[in-house]
Ligand binder design. Structure first.
Ligand code: ZN
Length: 279
């Protein structure tokens, strides 16, 4: 099942068509895409059993963020060995670095992003997990049961403000407007052959800059749910940006940053792609 946000309304997507959730459910479920996750089990049961009407065609540019207003956004740093190495850091143990992307930075899959003046703006394609059930002290073996689905995310990062000051400002440097594109939809786990091994990558103006597989995550999604939920509760509709593989601009010689006019395309196997134009 694929759940999206078409012009601000929750939709089920299939075969390039979108079915409006509120209308198809006779009002049982509302139009707010975020509300789906507050009653995820009931929603999934309805959607799997419903005799859905034919959908309407749409353009990717009409899609909003599939999870537009999470109460918590977790973002994980240094979660691939090759990216930790290119960043000049040791591989984390126990807990990886955790920061947030403030909710105002979240957008849909096809956007224009304003480059902050004086900044060094970088790219980080990431698999994003969507929490579907309240999670507190969850065992790693039970953790997938707390995930509603997966989507694609870009952890766009402005490195000057990220590294400014006596302690790094990860959360602010990664939260400029438009710095958290997500989508194009949330895909439920049953749609993947193996949700723990998906190819992900990014390209700038058609040139591949990142390519990895999520089986290379140091902290897998179940391990992240276990370690994070040991500290605090994860809430339905929360997002977890799981980290980026190697190939970011910071780790290159010479370093490379996004420039005006660049188009960044980010993909995860079995989900889809994001498309950002920088202005
Ligand atoms: Zn990241």
């Amino acid at each position: 099942m694929r759940i999206g946000n078409l012009a601000g309304r929750a939709v089920l997507v299939g075969g390039g068509l979108a079915v409006d959730v509120e209308r198809a459910s006779g009002g049982r479920f509302g139009s707010d895409p975020q509300a789906v996750y507050a009653e995820w089990e009931a929603f999934r049961a309805w959607a799997e059993g419903a005799d859905l009407p034919g959908g309407t065609a749409f353009e990717a540019s009409e899609l909003g963020a599939p999870v537009p207003a999470p109460r918590q956004v977790f973002a994980i740093g240094l979660n691939y060995r090759d990216h930790a190495a290119e960043s000049g850091f040791d591989v984390p143990e126990g807990l990886p670095p955790v920061f947030t992307k403030f909710a105002t930075s979240i957008t849909g899959p096809v956007t224009e992003v304003a480059l902050p003046p004086g900044g060094n703006t970088d790219w980080e394609v990431e698999l994003v997990a969507v929490v579907g059930r309240h999670a507190r002290n969850v065992a790693e073996t039970d953790a997938w049961g707390h995930i509603a689905g997966l989507t694609v995310g870009q952890d766009i990062s402005e490195r000057v403000s990220q590294m400014a000051g006596p302690a790094p400002q990860f959360s602010l440097g990664k939260s400029f407007p438009g710095f958290a594109p997500t989508g194009p939809w949330v895909v439920t786990l049953d749609e993947f052959g193996d949700p723990a091994d998906l190819e992900l990558g990014s390209a700038i103006n058609g040139e591949e800059v990142q390519k990895g597989r999520t089986r290379e995550l140091i902290f897998s999604i179940p391990l992240l749910v276990a370690r994070l939920s040991a500290v605090l509760p994860l809430l339905p509709g929360d997002l977890i940006f799981t980290g980026t593989p190697a190939g970011v601009g910071l780790g290159r010689t010479p370093q490379r940053w996004l420039a005006k006019g660049d188009e960044l395309v980010s993909h995860v196997e079995g989900i889809g792609e994001l498309r950002q134009r920088f202005v």
